[in-house]
Design a protein around this ligand. Structure first.
Ligand code: 2M8
Ligand code: MG
Ligand code: MG
Length: 274
């Protein structure tokens, strides 16, 4: 299998961003060479170090599907469409950050909505809203393909209306654990498809497993062969048919879901990767 996982509220605890409770399942994946692909709203600056800390290899997906970063060295070559970017290769699926920031500011003006994006905030504001450290908040602010924002309760707007407003501009609205996000048409499912295709090209048997906790994960949960919901509310069975509710949210739920899944896998007639 190939595991596609959201970070905040899923592999990482929503409040502390810790993942130690998922370590047994992560260790099992590492030992069995099962790829674990991070799929997050987070930036490359946040995710590149995290990849190392988690002991993961292979590609990761940033900013709600706007970017896919492939390792520059290793047994598998990056796809030809990816361009060198530092030590990695970058596949751009999203639209430019400056365009998103402009669209957010102009939409706020035209529709009389008090929307505040990360580009309108200080690092201190971001720290307060997220509970991230100064260094982490700085990395979260280094954005390329996705703008997180808050909507002031004094100018309420229904999610579906907001979504329509952005769609009319060729943009998409996603909702994470803490923020609204505006980005291009590519989402987590678009990026999952690219990475799954790349693994297939490289001879992997791709049985995709996706894990997520928020609305911005539903597209990838719907796309994967097996999907686990780690959110706090009820399982979104209507949006994501067949999704399995994890016993707990966050890293402890992740651990249980993956350990159980890998135990069950042989009985599901699935073949392992080379
Ligand atoms: C933002 O994203 C989260 C989901 O991952 C959210 O919407 O709640 C992003 O700004 C991300 O870069 C940042 O690390 C995270 C911190 O909670 O918030
Ligand atoms: Mg999440
Ligand atoms: Mg996320």
């Amino acid at each position: 299998p190939v595991i596609f996982t959201d970070l905040d509220g899923t592999l990482l605890d929503h409040n502390t961003y810790a993942w130690d409770k998922a370590e047994p399942a992560l260790a099992r994946c590492r030992a069995a060479k099962i790829p674990v692909v991070m799929v997050s709203s987070k930036t490359r600056a946040e995710m590149e170090p995290l990849q190392l800390e988690l002991g993961l290899e292979g590609p990761f997906i940033t900013e709600n599907g706007g970017g896919v970063f492939f390792p520059g060295k290793g047994a598998l070559k990056p796809p030809p469409e990816a361009e060198p970017a530092g030590l990695l290769y970058k596949l751009t699926l999203g639209v430019s950050y400056s365009k998103l920031c402009r669209a957010l500011d102009e939409t706020a003006l035209s529709f009389n909505l008090k929307m505040t994006g990360f580009h309108n905030m200080s690092i201190k504001d971001i720290m307060q809203l997220t509970g991230l450290s100064l260094q982490q908040a700085e990395k979260a602010a280094k954005r390329d393909f996705d703008e997180p924002f808050v909507l002031d309760p004094s100018t309420p707007c229904e999610d579906e209306k907001l979504r329509k407003i952005f769609r009319e501009q060729g943009l998409e609205l996603s909702i994470g654990g803490r923020f609204y996000h505006v980005h291009g048409k590519a989402d987590k499912a678009t990026a999952l498809d690219k990475v799954a295709a790349w693994y297939k090209t490289n001879g992997f048997q791709v049985i995709s497993v996706a894990l997520g906790d928020s609305q911005n994960d539903f597209s990838m949960l719907g796309r994967a062969d097996y999907a686990f919901y780690l959110g706090k509310g009820p399982v979104p069975a209507e949006e994501v048919p067949g999704v399995i509710q994890a016993a707990e949210p966050g890293p402890s739920g992740w651990n249980r879901a993956i350990l159980d899944f890998l135990t069950e896998l042989p009985n599901m007639g699935a073949i392992n990767n080379p």
